[in-house]
Design a protein around this ligand. Structure first.
Ligand SMILES: Cc1cc2nc3c(=O)[nH]c(=O)nc-3n(C[C@H](O)[C@H](O)[C@H](O)COP(=O)(O)O)c2cc1C
Length: 233
């Protein structure tokens, strides 16, 4: 708009050299026109700013009006896939279950991570062997606590250690309340089945509806997981 005004202004001053009268008349007219144009531009700008401010205020009010609980409930699925994985195999399966179900993922991490030496099942005194030999051990969880509010189904995954769930799963199930939640255990292993892991954890949890769990190999496909999940309903 400024370019147009300046161009128009240049044209008028050229004409003014040939006709002084016209120039005298037209100069204030152009100035007036310029002033009006500038005023109109200012007004439009002010109106636009005002409209934008109003929109922003309205948006802020809407956000403030939305209760925090509603916002967080809307943000997550009613399915949670919680898992512990020492070497990544169960993690892969958990991610595929989350992909099939649209569920949220929660990794149960050990506060003191398991080293390769800790996981050496050929060593009778390794950390994992000692923990599995003592049912009362409860390794500390290092991941942030999770609220189970709004979840109705939890897939609970782990590797098989010496025929059953690692003790950190016992820490997890004793820590949370599964009332109103269906818990579906799943595991990965070299070859062993899920064994008593599900019933051990159900007993320790003392809440929730526990379904019969399933053992998978690390390479299980999403299609295979999907048909397992469909078979659960
Ligand atoms: C300490 C320890 C004990 C294990 N015990 C068994 C077992 O009893 N039976 C079996 O088939 N696999 C056993 N495994 C193999 C794991 O179950 C298998 O590699 C699993 O897929 C690892 O999962 P992750 O990568 O999620 O930790 C054991 C592994 C470790 C580290």
């Amino acid at each position: 708009m400024l370019t147009i005004v300046l161009t128009a202004c240049g044209g008028s001053s050229q004409a003014a050299t040939t006709d002084t009268q016209a120039a005298e008349n037209s100069a204030p007219a152009v100035a007036e026109e310029q002033k009006e144009t500038a005023e109109a531009a200012e007004q439009t700008e002010a109106q636009t700013e005002e409209a934008q401010e109003t929109k922003q205020e309205e948006a802020a009010q809407e956000t403030a009006a939305e209760p925090a609980s509603e916002a967080s409930a809307a943000a997550h699925s009613d399915v949670l896939v919680a898992y512990f994985s020492a070497t990544g195999t169960t993690k892969g399966v958990a991610e595929r279950i989350a992909s099939v179900t649209g569920g949220d993922l929660y990794e149960i991490l050990a506060a003191q991570p398991y080293t390769e030496a800790d996981l050496n099942y050929n060593d009778n005194s390794s950390r994992s062997t000692s923990e599995q030999n003592d049912k009362s051990v409860r390794p500390e969880i290092g991941s942030d606590d999770i609220s189970l509010e709004g979840y109705t189904t939890i897939y609970l995954g782990f590797p098989i250690w010496w025929g059953e769930e690692p003790r950190i799963l016992d820490t997890f199930v004793e820590k949370y309340n599964f009332d109103g939640i269906t818990v579906i255990p799943f595991c990965t292993s070299g070859s062993s089945g899920i064994g008593r892991s599900g019933s051990n954890m159900e007993e320790l949890a003392g809440s929730g509806t526990w379904l019969q769990g399933e053992r998978f190999s690390g390479g299980v496909s999403e299609e295979e997981l999907k048909s397992w999940i469909e078979g659960l309903q």
